[in-house]
Design a binder for this molecule. Structure first.
Ligand SMILES: Nc1nc2c(ncn2[C@@H]2O[C@H](COP(=O)(O)OP(=O)(O)OP(=O)(O)O)[C@@H](O)[C@H]2O)c(=O)[nH]1
Ligand SMILES: [Mg+2]
Length: 321
């Protein structure tokens, strides 16, 4: 990752453009009012970058399909996600804001349900987990109604295993278990077992009905409290921030190969890039630049003689004293 654009108006320089050139009027003097040569601009850098959108929310909803995540979002915020009694009703993440009735307002992200094997690409959910990477708290929604014949304790474990496969860091994020659909519980022991497991693991658990609204106030009050204790940490690690630094070095090397003096290095390459070698006046300018860089002096020291061939980068010239 090169940059993390998480603040409003944040700017990052990934590649600078090439240095600009100078038009011929720049080289005009009182005696030479219309010089024919100009200095070309340097080429910029071209690269393809992948931009990845990550939603930013305080709280992420996590759970199997159909457990009531979207119902929860629609009940607690003014978001209007699609809700239906089938798996993968939600295909795209949804955000909602819980208003300050319970304290500070906060943002909840609802993502598609996660299923076993998700970290290996089964289902939909895993590709959306990045949207809750930035949350500070996860609400793990579990259906305790027993309607689909599922076991809440098992569900909790499966989802956490998938989470761990996806990201160790995300799996260590603070979770609160939200036991949903208590209005239609068929077997109380399903909830009791989950509660027991939660106690053992020292995870807070709340029972609610996203449909009737039971238990929501207590849960949201607690979420507000917990959020106050969780810092807005920098969650995303940036391994390498600077991709490019302007090359200010004026270095060059001279080597003698088969009787030819070869001059190369960033300093001369930079000059070469900016000079139009077809133009006579530009040639003078080129010579002047080489002189200023110390190339001519160094060549003399290296023993260059009249008539010798000097190759500057990939351009061959004959040496005159
Ligand atoms: N009885 C009852 N049904 C609920 C409750 N919460 C949600 N449901 C029902 O469960 C079904 C699924 O609800 P959704 O909110 O779409 O579930 P989801 O977790 O968002 O599902 P996906 O988007 O598919 O992952 C719908 O028929 C809801 O009406 C609840 O508290 N009690
Ligand atoms: Mg949904």
């Amino acid at each position: 990752m090169l940059a993390d654009l998480s603040e409003k108006d944040q700017k990052e320089l990934i590649f600078p453009g090439g240095r600009g050139g100078k038009g011929n009027s720049h080289f005009a003097t009182s005696t030479r009012q219309a010089p024919r040569f100009s200095q070309g601009g340097e080429k910029g850098i071209e690269k393809e970058l992948i931009l990845e959108l990550k939603l930013i929310a305080d709280v992420g909803l996590l759970g199997f399909p159909n457990v009531g995540k979207s119902t929860f979002l629609s009940r607690t915020t003014s978001a209007t996600p699609k809700i239906a009694n089938y798996h993968f009703t939600t295909l795209e993440p949804n955000l909602g804001v819980v208003k300050s009735e319970y304290g500070d307002s906060f943002v909840i992200a609802d993502i598609p349900g996660i299923i076993e094997g998700a970290s290996q690409g089964v289902g939909l959910g895993i590709q959306f987990l990045r949207h809750i990477e930035r949350t500070r708290l996860l609400l793990h929604v579990i259906d305790v109604s027993g309607a689909e014949g599922r076991n809440p304790v098992e569900d909790f474990k499966v989802i956490n295993e998938e989470l761990k496969q996806y990201s160790e860091k995300l799996s260590n994020r603070k979770q609160i278990i939200v036991a949903n659909k208590i209005d239609s519980m068929q077997d109380e022991t399903l909830y009791k077992d989950l509660e027991k497991m939660a106690k053992e693991k020292n995870i807070e658990i709340f029972k609610i009905s996203a449909v009737t609204g039971e238990g929501l106030k207590e849960l949201l009050t607690r979420v507000t409290e917990v959020l106050k204790t969780l810092p807005k940490e920098e969650i995303v690690e940036i391994k390498q921030r600077k991709l490019y630094t302007l090359e200010e070095k004026e270095e060059f090397t001279i080597v003698k190969e088969d009787g030819i003096f070869v001059v190369d290095g960033p300093g001369v390459q930079r000059i070469m890039r900016r000079v139009n070698l077809e133009d006579n006046e530009s040639m003078h300018y080129f010579q002047k630049c080489l002189d200023e860089l110390g190339v001519n002096k160094a060549l003399k020291e290296a023993g260059v003689k009249e008539g010798d061939t000097v190759k500057v980068v990939d351009w061959e010239l004959e040496w005159y004293d």
